[in-house]
Design a protein around this ligand. Structure first.
Ligand code: SAM
Length: 378
């Protein structure tokens, strides 16, 4: 901690992985939606998310009492208000969008404006008058890292967290599991349907207007396959759809994590299959985060926020589903060896590209040639 090696503005040694982002483009593509109350309301209505943060703060008041807190990306101000209610001496609530005005109103309306100071600005540019004891932030995107907001939290931590400070959440994990789903067949049907429509379109265009469009057929198919099959899907899955043991792709201690290590995430996984006569038609990715405090300053009551498939519903994050086409036939006792890689999309650092190489190993020990699945998280 204390170094500025993670791509913060003003860093003396910017990380090679830290992107040079045009702020205007970033605002148009990313921040603008957070400026709307309807979007904040979606997050505020996610009971699993809300309960986790609320319990983490209210059951660990010793971390907050008389302390200085920084809320990175305060949005409506909800986390900052809870920190004040838990006894914080001062809460710096930083928000990049005009939602800061609403946050200020909400803070005042709830009588904690003597404690919570809402600062409109990008975390990377904000200067605080002191270092803080706690950094709280809800920075998680789909499959944990989409949105790349954790970069801003790392930047804040390296600049503003005291050496014995605590992160809320303190730890995070990414998970992957093979699943069965009708979605792969459904999306393949949609590609076929779209190609049938394209063929009629070609015939009509040639007969009415004398131009043969068929040289574009390959490009049209590729475009459709990218849209229907090679872009991840948002789902809240039923746990019964998981057909192999989930595996942890990555674990992070939020006090230690660096931007370099999250720019590209690679992992070798093994998923034992535990359902007979099934098909891996996709992989599902999700995350969990823990509020455990730190070694020096542990939580009294540890809380977890889990976005795994859940029969009682789920969260607004759901799971990201990566279709495997064609599906892989499996039986109980087989296992699938996976090489996983997630990197940031070249055109925009807040989106992700996924590569999953699956090698099926039968219970007899026979191995099949690896199959590669490439999917974008958009
Ligand atoms: C997922 S929302 C969470 C909002 C609120 N903390 C909550 O839990 O309901 C993330 C918020 O962080 C803000 N944000 C993201 N990156 C930021 C940055 N670098 N500086 C300031 N605000 C940022 C976004 O505009 C958005 O309002």
């Amino acid at each position: 901690m204390g170094t500025r090696e993670n791509g913060c503005a003003g860093s003396t040694q910017p990380s090679a992985a830290a992107p040079q982002v045009d702020k205007g483009v970033d605002f148009a593509n990313y921040f603008c939606t957070y400026g709307y109350l309807y979007h904040q309301k979606e997050m505020l209505s996610d009971r699993v998310r809300m309960d986790a943060y609320f319990h983490a703060v209210s059951r660990n008041k010793h971390h907050f009492r008389d302390k200085a807190v920084l809320d990175v990306g305060t949005g409506s101000g909800i986390l900052a208000i809870w920190c004040a209610q838990a006894g914080a001496r001062k809460v710096y609530a930083v928000e990049a969008t005009k939602m800061a005005d609403h946050a200020r109103e909400l803070v005042k309306g709830n009588g904690v404006d003597d404690i919570v100071e809402v600062i409109e600005g990008s975390m990377e540019d904000v200067v605080l008058p002191e270092k803080v004891d706690v950094i709280i932030s809800e920075w998680m995107g789909y499959f944990l890292l989409r949105e790349s907001m954790f970069d801003s939290v790392i930047c804040a931590r390296d600049r503003w967290l005291k050496p014995d400070g605590v992160m809320y959440p303190s730890h995070a994990r990414m998970w992957l599991a093979p699943i069965r789903s009708g979605l792969t067949d459904q999306k393949m049907d949609e590609v076929n349907c779209s190609m049938n429509d394209w063929r009629s379109f070609i015939e009509e265009t040639e007969s009415y207007y004398g131009v043969n469009m068929s040289v574009l057929t390959k490009a049209y198919r590729e475009e459709n396959e990218k849209y229907f099959l090679k872009t991840s899907l948002w789902c809240n899955l039923d746990p019964h759809q998981i057909i192999g043991t989930p595996a942890v792709i990555k674990e992070m201690d939020c006090l230690q994590a660096t931007v370099d290590e999250i720019c590209t995430v690679t992992s070798q996984l093994v998923h034992p299959i535990n359902i007979d006569r099934s098909r891996i038609s996709a992989y599902a990715g999700w995350f969990d985060v823990q509020f455990k405090g730190s070694e020096q300053n542990p939580a009294k009551d540890e809380v977890e926020l889990n976005t795994a498939p859940d029969k009682d519903g789920g969260t607004h994050w759901g799971q990201q589903v990566f279709l495997v086409n064609p599906p892989i036939r499996v039986n109980e006792g087989d296992k699938v060896n996976v090489s996983f890689k997630m990197s940031r999309a070249k055109q925009y650092h807040r989106l992700m590209d996924i590569e999953i190489i699956s090698e099926l190993e039968l219970s007899s020990g026979k191995r099949f040639p690896p199959v590669t699945t490439k999917v974008a998280i958009e």
